[in-house]
Design a protein around this ligand. Structure first.
Ligand SMILES: [Zn+2]
Length: 314
């Protein structure tokens, strides 16, 4: 049985889910944001099923985002499992944090973000305030059998996060999917730094689409999602999400009718109000569309003598 715990968050997305699964081990998939209200909701939820935080033997993270990883250190008898990328955040790896700022600074300059707006780079790390602070005990990788849960395997489903895993049970046709596919909203393939500077910027929109398409190849009947109710019409919802995203990209393509533009210019046009509040998120969305259109060879990119990237129709 997979039991859903619904947990409040301070974020626009609303509640987040955690899933309690009793196998050979008692595991909690995801751990809410690091707020007192969330911890209260976790305790209340566990109690309803006859457990306390001390009974949890494994905490398994779908990804590192604060609404999912907050209380990963709140279970005194649990071992913590997840993708290696979680550790960069869970340990506040100083080299990674330094690289993180440098990564966004370089990307935002390329995207044509004006000098006076670059101050947000330092604030982007605030997400860590709602994350747990402890390293993983065990790393999970693509294809691993999930410890304590015979029949479940680990899928690496990057895109929404560079730490994103899903858990698949081919006999039950069930997936614990984190934020891969959500009932009510499309999931945002956030631009995130690679694990270290030797790696190129991950093209998160392309990763995300590939992760969704991968589910189309599997007979998934039910996805237990990070937000909202489980998804049952899985393949149909995926087709809808992919179609909508294509339409959004084509709208951006039309905006290039009048010549080349930077990601920042397009973002201001696409999100005239939201870009001021949510610059990081909105730039990320636009850059995703650029990666998508480049991948289809519909647009090309040039770099000017200031290092700013401009995109135009091919
Ligand atoms: Zn989430």
């Amino acid at each position: 049985m997979i039991q859903q715990l619904t947990i409040p968050t301070p974020y626009a997305v609303g509640d987040v889910n955690a899933f309690l699964v009793k196998g050979d081990a008692l595991s909690l998939f995801d751990a809410g944001p690091r707020t007192p209200e969330a911890l209260e909701a976790i305790k209340t939820g566990l109690k309803e099923f006859g457990y306390s935080v001390k009974d949890i033997e494994q905490v398994i993270l779908t990804h590192h985002h604060p609404d999912h990883s907050g209380w990963a250190d709140g279970f005194p008898n649990a071992e913590l499992y997840g993708h290696e990328y979680n550790n960069l955040w869970l340990t506040r790896d100083p080299e990674f944090i330094k690289f993180h700022d440098q990564f966004y600074m370089e990307r935002f300059k390329e995207q044509g973000v004006p000098e006076k707006a670059l101050g947000i780079v330092g604030k982007m790390k605030r997400a860590a305030d709602f994350m747990a602070e402890r390293p993983l005990d065990h790393l999970l990788r693509e294809g691993d059998a999930l410890p304590g849960h015979p029949g479940w395997t680990v899928l690496e489903t990057l895109g929404h996060a560079q730490s994103h895993l899903s858990f698949w049970n081919p006999e039950r046709h069930e997936l614990i999917g984190g934020d891969l596919l959500l009932e009510k909203v499309s999931s945002n393939p956030l631009v995130e730094p690679p694990k270290s500077p030797e790696y190129p910027r991950p093209k998160t929109m392309l990763q995300y689409n590939a992760s969704l398409k991968r589910l189309l190849e599997l007979p998934v009947a039910k996805v237990f999602s990070g937000h909202g109710m489980p998804v049952t019409d899985v393949h149909k919802l995926i087709e809808k999400r992919l179609q909508k995203q294509h339409e959004r990209a084509m709208k951006v393509y039309e905006m290039l009718n009048d010549g080349p533009h930077s990601v920042f210019e397009l973002t201001v046009q696409l999100f005239p109000a939201a870009y001021k509040r949510e610059l990081g998120l909105t730039l990320s969305e636009t850059l995703g569309q650029m990666d998508y259109l480049m991948d289809l060879s519909l647009i090309v990119r040039q770099t000017d003598n200031q290092g700013i990237h401009r995109y135009e129709q091919a």
